[in-house]
Design a binder for this molecule. Structure first.
Ligand SMILES: Nc1ncnc2c1ncn2[C@@H]1O[C@H](COP(=O)(O)OP(=O)(O)OP(=O)(O)O)[C@@H](O)[C@H]1O
Length: 247
């Protein structure tokens, strides 16, 4: 059976003065996909994610998420999505369980916190201050916070930056489990290996444009001149011809 489209992006742009951060981007995400977004620093990934989450208003185009207009129905949409905080500094002074409870209070629908704590292995840490946790456990906590309203879609902006390879793997196995539970995951990342291994499809951004979007193995095998890894895909599509990154 054809999977349902849960995100429909049609020709959205975002301008910051004369700077075009996102340039007429269109794509769809299906229910249950892990959808990756890659691109150089400044390519527009965060701006794109923020528009999908209803946190930023596009200057052109439209976005439908789970049947809601991300612009007109942003409040309603927030009930249905999980947002992974880039920094947990806001909740640094709380322990893990307190942070989960505080964030859950914002939502009507509530997931079972004990189940999340167990699923994420957070039990031994639930009364520990977040600021005392290692990077990996902080990111795990941030992901747990994104799940307090039992969202259908989870948006993640570079969640594994700075984590060691094993901690990254452990983190991704949580995401794969969430996908198996039917969640849709949209994730921006600079880690080519994790995108290649885990994403159903990856969109490549360059200077605000969506250059190409396909599953990782096709992106690699159809690379003009041949390629073996997402690194080659990145070098070909994401880095501009002069080899300089966008600013
Ligand atoms: N609030 C803002 N005001 C003005 N310009 C901004 C703002 N946010 C982002 N930009 C600019 O928009 C462009 C896209 O930035 P964005 O943060 O979306 O890129 P990114 O791909 O997420 O980068 P990174 O990988 O470094 O996080 C950049 O040129 C950036 O300088």
């Amino acid at each position: 059976m054809e999977k349902q489209t849960v995100i429909q992006v049609s020709s959205i742009s975002k301008y910051y003065g004369a700077n075009t951060a996102v340039d007429h981007v269109s794509f769809q995400v299906k229910q249950g996909e892990i959808f990756g977004i890659m691109g150089t620093n400044g390519a527009g990934k965060t701006t794109l994610l923020e528009m999908l989450m209803g946190l930023r208003t596009p200057d052109t185009g439209s976005i439908e998420v789970l049947g809601f207009d991300a612009l007109q129905e942003a409040e309603r949409l927030k009930e249905e999505i999980g947002i992974h905080l880039q920094s947990t500094s806001l909740v640094d002074k709380m322990n893990v369980r307190e942070a989960l409870e505080v964030f859950q209070a914002f939502y009507k629908r509530k997931s079972d916190l004990n189940r999340i704590i167990e699923q994420f292995g957070l039990g031994p840490y639930s009364d520990k201050l977040i600021k005392r946790l290692s990077g990996g456990w902080r990111q795990r906590t941030a992901l747990a916070i994104a799940l307090v309203n039992d969202p259908k879609i989870i948006f993640l902006d570079e969640p594994t930056t700075g984590l060691d390879p094993q901690t990254k793997k452990d983190y991704w196995s949580l995401l794969v489990d969430l996908r198996k539970q039917g969640k849709t995951i949209v994730v921006a990342s600079h880690d080519m290996e994790e995108l290649q291994r885990n994403c159903n499809r990856v969109g490549v951004m360059r200077k605000g444009e969506f250059i190409i979007c396909d599953n990782p193995s096709r992106l690699i095998s159809e690379l003009p001149g041949g390629g073996l890894t997402m690194e080659a895909v990145y070098m070909y599509y994401a880095v501009d011809i002069q080899g300089s990154v966008s600013v």
